[in-house]
Design a protein around this ligand. Structure first.
Ligand code: UD1
Length: 415
């Protein structure tokens, strides 16, 4: 079992380039299945989830090849909709292959998708929406079989603006005949990036301004294109939280401007200084860290649930009590037990964590239980006296190219 070792309390000073976004890259890789030709994804992150997705795509007949940091996917010879259990059960994003495979082949079979254990993760919204487009789905509790004799555009209203369901429907609707109006669509930046990729490949998608309505004119033949994967707002946000917690001054090159608004407001309120440049974002926290009071996760542009664990670490270092309420996933406080082993004294009641703040953390041997919680434990190690060992590093590798490299670039002792 591989671990991350963090040497102990260090303020961060240095510069790091933010990797390509996991949550943008995975659906765009799925969308490449709609293109009968070579899609080039520039600056694709080299992370475990992307590698799993590459293996799934290869298994179903695509040619997948890395050229430096760019990923080439040739989906011309896509030949089966039977997805390999081994990788499908490892990551949630595999469910997003349903829409494009149904669009290309008319049938798909897969096991229930896996992913981080952060609460119940049903796929009812995906299936309900796909049925509206003319898909028959059978779910025997272990696996899913879906087929369609021809997808047809229609009006769909999602019960909740699920990110994955929005992406699935957009991809299926691009392949469907006629117009699809998708109401109550998610508005996370990753949806915008998926649509931008599809538009670059020739799809007709319109977002109705100031609304959560997407209008997709389906049925166009897509053509190969080259697309740059944007920087990862969650990785950038994780490092911003680490700097809040540990103190110091860091430069986040390629910080995705405009995508971390909720976190920026909290950081300013906690006493950080932020300065944008053409190339990225300077983050400075040299004075006292102050609690922002109450924070609640929410759909975009609310505070992202994926940054909830990294923010817990910063709140633990701040003066004053904070409350962090989780409204998206119902099992996302597993990291608290580990932070408490380091001395954070956080209490969880219902869907809220109560953080007393100003507790001196002590290095300990702790265990990552999922991706973002694991990265938060690395950040906690930067605020602790003595060495911290974060076990189960493979969870962190699902979304961070090399968190140790990045922490060392920011001056930390991390291996
Ligand atoms: C995506 C992100 C994940 C992020 C999440 C919320 C990717 C690869 N993952 O996950 O990092 O934390 O958005 O921003 O982009 N739900 C249902 N039924 C469904 C679908 C969802 O009840 O069919 C519920 C979920 O259980 C959860 C909420 O809706 O409570 C949000 O889920 P969703 O937006 O679908 O998240 P993901 O797409 O899985």
């Amino acid at each position: 079992m591989e671990s991350v070792y963090i040497g102990g309390k260090t303020p961060l000073y240095g510069e790091v380039t933010i990797q390509g976004s996991k949550n943008a890259a995975l659906p765009i890789m799925a969308a490449a299945l709609l293109v009968p030709g070579v899609s080039v994804l520039k600056n694709c992150p080299r992370i475990a989830d992307v590698e799993y997705m590459c293996r799934i795509l290869t298994h179903i007949g695509c040619q997948v090849c890395w050229r430096g940091k760019d990923l080439e996917i040739d989906a011309s010879s896509l030949n089966t909709g039977q997805l390999p259990m081994e990788y499908v059960t490892r990551m949630r994003s595999s469910v997003m292959l349903m829409g494009p495979i149904l669009g290309r082949l008319g049938e798909v079979e897969l096991n229930h998708p896996g992913g981080c254990v952060i609460g119940d993760r049903p796929i009812d919204i995906h299936l309900k929406a796909l049925r509206r487009l003319g898909v028959c789905c059978e779910d025997d509790g272990v696996g899913l079989r879906a087929c369609s004799c021809g997808l047809c555009g229609t009006t769909i209203t999602l019960d909740f603006p699920s990110v994955g369901a929005t992406e699935n429907v957009v991809m299926a609707a691009v392949a469907a005949k006629g117009v699809t109006c998708l109401k109550n669509a998610a508005e996370e930046p990753e949806i915008k990036w998926l649509c931008a990729f599809l538009q670059a490949a020739g799809a007709e998608i319109r977002k109705v301004e100031n609304g959560n309505l997407l209008i997709i004119e389906g049925g166009r033949t897509l053509h190969p294109c080259c697309f740059e994967i944007p920087a990862d707002r969650i990785v950038a946000g994780t490092y911003l939280c680490a700097c809040l917690a540990a103190g110091g001054k860091i430069f986040l090159e390629r910080h995705p401007r405009g995508e971390n608004g909720a976190l920026r407001e909290i950081a300013l309120c906690m006493g950080a200084k932020l300065r944008d440049t053409d190339k990225g974002l300077w983050v400075e926290r040299t004075g006292e860290l102050i609690s922002p009071g109450m924070v609640e996760t929410g759909s975009y542009p609310g505070f992202p649930t994926d940054l909830q664990s990294p923010l817990l670490v910063a709140l633990s270092a701040a003066r004053g009590e904070s409350i962090l309420r989780e409204t998206i996933f119902n099992g996302r406080f597993r990291v608290v037990e580990e932070l408490n082993r380091m001395g954070a004294e956080i209490q969880v009641r219902g869907n809220a964590a109560y953080i007393p703040g100003r507790k001196k953390l002590t290095g300990a041997r702790v265990c990552a239980q999922e991706l973002r919680g694991g990265a938060a434990l690395v950040a906690a190690g930067l605020c602790a006296q003595g060495e911290t060992v974060v076990q189960n590093r493979h969870y962190i590798d699902r979304g961070y190219e090399d968190i140790c490299r990045d922490m060392r670039l920011l001056g930390a002792e991390c291996r």
